[in-house]
Design a protein around this ligand. Sequence first.
Ligand code: ZN
Length: 366
Amino acid sequence: MSNRALRRTVFAFILTVLCSVYAVAQAVAPFNAAALAHDGDQVKYGSYLVIRVGDGIFKINDPGVTTGKGGAWGVDMYMVKGKTKAMVIDLGNNYVDGYVPDVIAPRPHAAEEFRAVVFGLAGKLPVEAMITHEHPDHDGMTGALLNIPQKVKLWLPENEDKTALMVQHKIDPAVYTRFAPGTEFDLGGGRKLKSYQVRGHSNGSSVYLLTPDVVLFTGDSIGSGFGQAFPRVETLKMFAEDSMKLVEALKATLTPWQRYQMKVYTGHAWQNVYAGWWAPNHPKVDVGYLDWRFVQDVASCADGILKGKWLQSGSGLVNVGKMEYTDAWPGAAGRSIMVYGTGTVITTMEAAYAAAGITPPAEEKK
Ligand SMILES: [Zn+2]
């Protein structure tokens, strides 16, 4: 091929690539953020239902499907806008490449649609994203925010797994900047997000307190209304310690009146309605977000297990039986459900007795 012909071929190739990039970019409809003028307004877009839950605070709900496993059943992300930046909290399921263990297939235009929501909500503000923990249903859309003209800074709690992102989504974990527990993110205009580490669900699981609004974004750290599983003594103890510390920290940071107003937004809000534990026939409650009582009850539940309180009648901590199998949470099947008020911890009796330092009766030694 002559130089000229080669140049023409290369040019034609570049043109084809540009055209297809343009075609893909054009393939998704614009996201209409203007429709979210009032709290409670909703817009369905692509895989998501976007709900305004406050002034400049949005829930990006992935309603999920019951044909998959785990996170495929639905997950919630959030965006908070300050005066100088917009922060996305959690990045949901991976619909760009899919995620085989949860039976999630790739969806067409997933990255473009996710970006349309994120940048549509953010408007002119620069965007950053932070995840609560490095599980595949919370960091799944990381790839959609890489290698794009808008530079999106990505944040990850420093004690999270060093390799998870590569194992789950084949993405170099170095795309995230790690931060220490207690780090505060200033969004401008007085809005701040402060991180608190609550280990147990993972080694660096964190919750984020938005002030002055008093909204707590918890991911999976303290559960989503049908509890959180801590099958090992070590994670159960860690969780009891950190959740009690969180309660004390929130008491020290917020006035009583602020705490009573607290809205708790979890990682899997569809579970909130079960108010305790999963069972197909469990009556549901009509609830959109959880509250300060939930935070205290979850901590008291875990702490109560360490004190053997399920064995003391009148303590409020009750072992209500064993978790039934569900694809939403296959690993928890058969474990014991410990309930304290609105808080639930799902563990094995072996771990519960060991954590309490009590020798189990012969029939429970399994
Ligand atoms: Zn999750």
